[in-house]
Design a binder for this molecule. Structure first.
Ligand SMILES: N[C@@H](CCC(=O)N[C@@H](CS)C(=O)NCC(=O)O)C(=O)O
Length: 202
């Protein structure tokens, strides 16, 4: 297997899950400015969406979209802390958590990562991020350690990756004590530390 990635981006979630599952995989880094990978391959020829993550499977299939990748990985490797529950409602809850992180939380950061967004759009994005952080903080206010049903899941890994962006985007987590503690908790996992090191992030 090979994961196409961009350091610290949402592809970090797929990267962490691959390591959590103890899988054998290669990494190939995408350089959006050049439009190529670090092996000099035009990335459009690999993934026409020109987005990471993309996972090249040993079967020859290319799987894209982070939530699909992490759910596929845990569905095909059941023997870890990240195992999918048998109960369909519990699975739907994980999907619900992933969808919130992907469609609402992650996407709000977009204007803060580009230089061509005006100040008003950046302020609007920050206000929406704060709204999402308040919501997430309220979820953790019942004392839970993990986002969905208080059981570690791929939704926690994706949430951790997006929470990492808050420091760089003017909404540092210090004001949200439960989320701050959650980020520290996930950060301590050996697979997370190994992924961060492999991406040159710690
Ligand atoms: N819908 C995609 C979104 C992926 C996405 O936003 N990828 C960003 C990194 S977080 C990317 O590829 N950025 C590089 C670029 O836009 O050139 C998914 O969930 O996987």
């Amino acid at each position: 297997m090979k994961l196409y990635y961009l350091p610290a981006s949402c592809s970090l979630a797929s990267h962490i899950v691959l390591r959590e599952l103890g899988l054998d995989f290669d990494l190939e880094r995408y350089d959006p400015a050049a439009g190529t990978t670090d092996k000099g391959t035009s990335y459009n020829t690999i993934n026409a969406k020109a987005r990471v993550p993309a996972l090249a499977l040993n079967s020859g299939d290319l799987l894209t979209e982070g939530p699909a990748i992490v759910q596929y990985l845990v569905a095909t490797h059941q023997h870890t802390d990240l195992s999918l529950p048998d109960d369909l409602m519990a699975r739907a809850r994980i999907h619900e958590g992933l969808s919130f992180v992907a469609s609402d939380f992650h996407k709000t950061f977009g204007p803060l990562f580009t230089t061509d967004t005006d100040d008003a759009a950046q302020e609007r994005a920050k206000r929406t991020i704060v709204k999402h952080l308040d919501y997430l903080e309220s979820v953790f206010a019942d004392g839970r350690d993990y986002f969905v049903d208080n059981k570690l899941s791929v939704a926690d890994i994706y949430l951790f990756v997006v929470l990492r962006w808050t420091d760089a985007t003017g909404t540092p987590l210090a004001g949200w004590k439960h989320l701050n503690a959650f980020r520290d908790r996930i950060n301590q996992r050996p697979a997370v530390q190994a992924s961060l090191a492999a991406e040159g992030l710690n």
